[in-house]
Design a protein around this ligand. Sequence first.
Ligand code: MG
Length: 440
Amino acid sequence: MNRRELLRNAFAALPFIPAAAAQDYAKRTAGYPALTIKDVQVIKTSGGGNYRWVFLKIVTSEPGLYGIGSANNNYQTMAVVAALEDHLKPWLIGKDPDRIEDLWQSAQMRTYWRSGPVNNNVLAAMDMALWDIKGKRAGMPVYEMLGGKAHGAVAVYDHQGGRTKEECLDTLQKSLANGYRHVRIQFGEGGYGGGGFIRAGEGNRPEGGYQGQAFDEEQYVDTIPPVFEYLRAKAGFGPKLLHDVHSHMTGSNAVELARRLQPYQMYFVEDILPPEQIAWYRNIRQICSTPQAVGEVFSNPYEYLPLITERLIDFVRCRVAAIGGITQQKKIATLCETFGVRTAFQEGGENDPVNQMASYHVDISSSAFGIQEENHFPPVVHEMFPGIGEIRKGYLYGSGKPGMGLDLNMDVAAKYPLGPIRDGGAYKTDRLLDGTVSKP
Ligand code: MG
């Protein structure tokens, strides 16, 4: 054993919290006893539907004090479960849950390779649970510890759309009647990319080649702007209109689509380009002022740096469970504020109520807040999560309870185990007419 190893072993043999450290600890936690992480539980549930939700429960040495976090990943669910069970749990047990920043940094270095989506889910779940614990101990909602409310509630945008312009107008008016000021409108058949799809079996295809629904960029560029022209003609310029391109464009087609949408004064156009092609945002900026919301599939926050610091985009779109939790998202929001960019965190679809509230706490305490994506859940999910957020007239409200503000009822969750994960959980693959794989 060399000298360095001897020293390391000598320190390792010290009691967990030496007397001086215990005094310091008592001072900074207002006399509360030192905490340790006693147990880490991974909870999987279908939410009573087709969700593939994974939650982390961190149990502390103080009886009854625990935190919950979301490790939401619909497509690599079981990889996240293994990363939590086999890699995070043995490392986390015994540590001090009060040291959120230190645990976030050391948990990230722990995997050597960093900023991958699965490990960010792990970081996020741990981070949310730690903020939940700290808030419960302080008797405050998490947002109070992040600086308090910067606005009265969190504005959210609704999801609407239709197969015709008239249907789009009907659904827009329905949202407005429900109190939403911001409405995202999708068009046509085929899900994201609708308006740009050629139906299965139609069009000129290679012999023996791909026969499924095929995406056509130029068709999309021609189809979408007239939908918003129609909506503005009928509904005026009062409603805030949004549209999600879901990474379906390449280069100059993205620039052209943004240019053609300019007259309709969009609140934002979302992910007009895939993350591999962010340099094209410079070209979009040079030619038009259509606001750009970007980064639903980003997992490394450094991908945002040129976009934010060069003011090439208007909104960041990351998902809190994919970017590394409240700690990371708050830092991104602060960077946005510095450069006059706003936040529009992703929360729809397969997201869960814990994820929704994590974004809520960052949003309500941030001056860079722009909008949050809405998400609503069936009654069984409300039963599963006492204190779940509520949307009323286009605003999301938290329960105001300490910590994250919502709990996970383990008995209800246990009633709804994960269903079979077909095709390994794969996200759908879009293709062009000749069979080429299309983004996203
Ligand atoms: Mg999107």
